[in-house]
Design a binder for this molecule. Sequence first.
Ligand SMILES: [Zn+2]
Length: 246
Amino acid sequence: MIYTAFDRLFQSNGFVIAYLARQGRTSIRLVLTPKTFPDAVNHNVIADLKGSEKPDEIVIVSGHLDSWDLGTGALDDATGVAVAMQVPYLLNKLDIKPKRTIRVIAYANEENGLRGGTGYLEAERNNLANHFAAIESDLGASHPIGILFAGKSELARYLDPISQILRSQGAAMTRQEGGVGADIGPLTQQGVPSFAPWFNTQTYFNYHHTAADTLDKVDPRELKELGALMAVLAYGLANLEEPLPR
Ligand SMILES: [Zn+2]
């Protein structure tokens, strides 16, 4: 997610500042060292698992490759890229063939202007009708409690059978949002039904865009739960008999 430097400061130090402010008058000295460099060439990384019956129709699973340079970007958004890649890996391992094509996208430059997401839309503008659905994971890898969606409210009905499968891992809830992922946002705005894991985000913003966003914050079990949710959701959408409302 895109946040300003001030958001970052207050998310990481907000508790400390609140504590100090309660003790009396508090002053803060900020040392800001950002530099803006010229643009450089960067690429979205894309891989397709071809659909067996409708290979032209695409279900996107995605995250973004870039991160803020303070930490390593483990939660924002290496885990998103990892669980997107996990989808074709799991389907192949289970020897399951999706009817529609599942397209893994590791988007470039989400954090500094969304160029990957907007560039993808420009490249695929004449092929949007074939974009059946888009999924993005970009809020870390804590326990998923369900699925968020953006688009027509009737989409909830199509999620019901998928949510039934996810019930046993505690991820059966659904909720409609205005948008569910920055990189797939340009597609959402063009009417492509859009989906994201719905997380318990109690701790995400303690680490987000800070030096503390490192691999030790990723719980392997919760990462597996997220990979499972992404695979169930992507496969369920790729194999729907009827088209989604849009
Ligand atoms: Zn992000």
